[in-house]
Design a protein around this ligand. Sequence first.
Ligand code: TXA
Ligand code: MG
Length: 333
Amino acid sequence: MRYCNLGEAADSLVKGNVVAFPTETVYGLGADADNYQAISKVYSIKNRPSNHPVIVHLLDGDDVLYWADSIPIEAYLLIENFWPGPLTILLKKSKNVMELVSGGQDTIGLRCPSHNVAQNLLREFVRLKPSKCGGLIAPSANKFGKVSPTNAKHVFDEFSSESCFDIMILDGGKSTIGIESTIIDLSSIVNRGAHPTLLRPGFIKSSQIEEILGRKVFLPTDHSPVVPGSLRAHYSTNTPLEIIKEDIDFYDTRYLNKKIAVLSCDSPPIILPSCFVWFEMSFEHDLYASKLYSTLREIDVSHFDKIFVYNLPDCSEWDAIRDRLYRAAAAFI
Ligand code: TXA
Ligand code: MG
């Protein structure tokens, strides 16, 4: 595992190797979306079950035609308004999409990242490809079910013990958004007349999508595709995490001799027993999101016994943060 520059990263990807690269949401574990062996390596490094589809990252909206069929007008509207940016659009897949990419589904998730380094990497990758077109699969660069990385060191720490594959890392600084892209499913709009469905909340809110489409966005039903990001337990820390709705009794004897991290929007109480370490996040949801995974990773390496998530607001702007934290907590119920 080693750091590389952009030229090496693009060259390596064209040759079928795996390169972790930055996006504005989180770091992705990239591979050529047309190369079966390269994609298999990513599944294997992540320990990801092969029936869980991956997102294809594109340089721009024009490339959608290669990967998707029956593209509805709604897709073009969202592309025009939100790409490049943190929005993944699910469409009916074209015959060019390998089974391993779509995990056996008849759909394909497409996203055009806005991060400067991701854009430059995609541009150089496409330039070096003999076909002059292509995309990169890039699931979050973490072991399956774990917290996503938001800087290059997180990726290094996650995979530094891997010996079987030569993974490269392209360092592009911190991922500023800090949580994964919003996923909107438009795949059944054309033939089956279904509604746009929000499969994963993110930085781009349902209300923003509704405003552009002029129609309502629905939440998934039991018939929606089952995907890892929608598993009840996901995004899990190594340290047990619990969401606390009532006030914490900081003097409860159960906490004696324990080391407990408290994540809160608020500042700490004036007097706090020494078994608690307070992580003041933010009352601003985007700022909270941008700090969330790096804070959880910091706690995980600092040998805490427990994480309490305290005072989490319940308004809709906080949907994406609540989604990640409730799934993280579900791993410990
Ligand atoms: O922000 C992001 O989307 C990041 C960065 C690296 O781009 N990527 C990311 O990928 O979060 P991943 O694989 O960790 O999460 C993608 C989610 C998974 O839950 C996957 O199952 C779902 O999207 N997904 C991808 N393609 C799908 C498809 N065709 N149908 C249903 N779900 C799909
Ligand atoms: Mg992931």
